[in-house]
Design a protein around this ligand. Structure first.
Ligand SMILES: Cc1cc2nc3c(=O)[nH]c(=O)nc-3n(C[C@H](O)[C@H](O)[C@H](O)COP(=O)(O)OP(=O)(O)OC[C@H]3O[C@@H](n4cnc5c(N)ncnc54)[C@H](O)[C@@H]3O)c2cc1C
Length: 400
């Protein structure tokens, strides 16, 4: 019997755990440790501030799903691991493993910019989304300028673009759009770079959106400081705000950073080869946002990095499960799937409109690379949400 401990049970970890147990059957014991009892469909958080989704619409308890699939769930925070002793220490005791899968997602680095944690909002957590809902209610009574964007070193700019366009739509719905100067600030060298060196027509499409919706923008800028009333850019320009939302850098979680034997990089992200196995520790694996992915482009002005979205997180979870199964069966021919070669499949919601982003590979060179605007309604985004929640609630981790 091989025991695998998976730390983190979201897009990457839940997929890896269920697939491993499903294929490994009685020869594999799979333990999934997560500090949250809920599975949350994070991409729909962008709708929570506007009341389009409640938290209960986009989350469910994961224990029952995992149990049905034969995976043991431990509701605990993983504190550290000792890879020599092959043990994970948690708030609910220690767990020995033969294989370890790190699928812990990101920790948000709010400390990188003075004033960021204190004055700026963040859309990426349930708490952050609910705080924004409250802030918007207050904002309505006393509107003013808004600054939305991402800091230097950010990778998840797409989510901030989505929030921007949803917010612009909300301002119009509230009939206060004319009272608001709306700014977009981004480290990207050009609009629509997205940390993937753009897509054909992406920049011109985003420029057209900015013009159409009267959004001022600054590209290639970092954030020096967020004060009580201004966002100070790396260029020295101060943009006054009544409300601001900035996407910060993602680094590795404390569990990884507190485990020196994992040999994580300086940002606490997991080094892996393109089988998602640790290059120096043969029974340690990582999937999803926890993985270090090198940017395949040069940043011309300020640094930023690649987005690690849901689809590749799910795919890397599957690759890890398959490779552990192969190794335990004595098959050393592992599946290789470099991050940049994974199919690009993403939808950028733009407030009851959307842009569908499709490519045969995430990184250049690509043979197929399409950005398809849909100005009628965000059908595809809604469909993906419903489909993903449907498959995850049933534990159908083998589906795409
Ligand atoms: C606002 C926003 C919008 C987004 N929109 C999109 C989108 O439209 N499309 C898209 O494809 N992607 C989107 N993404 C990205 C997507 O959410 C991520 O790619 C995905 O969540 C990554 O999955 P993951 O399993 O690697 O990590 P996560 O989903 O972050 O999960 C990590 C899990 O690990 C657990 N964990 C962490 N540390 C510990 C510990 N020490 N002990 C125990 N458990 C721990 C956490 O509780 C969590 O359940 C968006 C992200 C954000 C923030």
């Amino acid at each position: 019997m091989t025991t695998t401990v998976v730390v983190g049970g979201s897009f990457a970890g839940m997929t890896a755990a269920i697939q491993l147990k499903r294929k490994g059957k009685n020869e594999h014991r799979v333990i999934l440790i997560d500090q949250s009892p809920l599975f949350l469909f994070i991409p729909s958080l962008i709708w929570v501030p506007f009341g389009r989704r409640e938290m209960t619409d986009i989350s469910f308890k994961k224990e029952a799903v995992l149990k049905k699939r034969g995976v043991e769930f431990v509701h605990a925070e993983a504190l550290e691991t000792d890879t020599k002793a092959q043990v994970v220490k948690t708030t609910q005791g220690n767990f020995k493993y033969d294989h370890l899968v790190v699928a812990t997602g990101p920790k948000v680095n709010f400390d990188m910019v003075p004033g960021l944690a204190r004055h700026s909002h963040y859309i990426g957590t349930p708490n952050g989304a609910m705080k924004l809902r409250k802030a918007l209610e207050e904002f309505k009574q006393n509107p003013g300028p808004i600054v939305i964007g991402a800091t230097q070193e950010a990778g998840c700019m797409g989510a901030s673009y989505e929030f921007l366009f949803n917010l612009e739509k909300w301002l119009r719905d509230q009939k206060i759009r004319k009272k608001v100067d709306l700014y977009w600030v981004t480290p990207e060298d050009y609009l629509g770079h997205f940390g993937i060196d753009g897509m054909p027509l992406g920049e011109s499409m985003l420029k057209a959106f900015m013009k159409l919706f009267n959004i001022h923008y600054r590209t290639g800028v970092g954030i020096k400081e967020v004060t009580t009333d201004s966002v100070i850019l790396s260029t020295g320009e101060a943009l006054p705000y009544k409300l601001t939302q900035l996407m910060p850098q993602f680094v590795g979680v404390d569990f990884v950073q507190n485990s020196p034997s994992l040999l994580a990089n300086k940002n606490g992200l997991m080094p892996v080869d393109d089988t998602y196995r640790h290059p120096a520790i043969g029974n340690v694996w990582a999937a999803g946002v926890a993985v270090q992915v090198d940017a395949p482009f040069e940043c011309k002005q300020v640094p930023y990095t690649v987005p690690k979205t849901g689809y590749p997180s799910d795919v890397t979870g599957k690759v890890v499960a398959k490779n552990i199964l192969r190794l335990t069966k004595g098959n050393n021919k592992l599946i290789h799937k470099p991050w940049g070669h994974i199919t690009g499949l993403c939808v950028m919601d733009a407030g009851k409109k959307e842009v569908i982003i499709l490519s045969n590979r995430l990184f250049r060179p690509r043979v197929i690379a399409l950005m398809i605007p849909n100005l009628l309604y965000d059908f595809v985004k809604v469909f993906i949400e419903k489909y993903f929640l449907w498959k995850s609630k049933r534990g159908y981790a083998w589906l795409p």
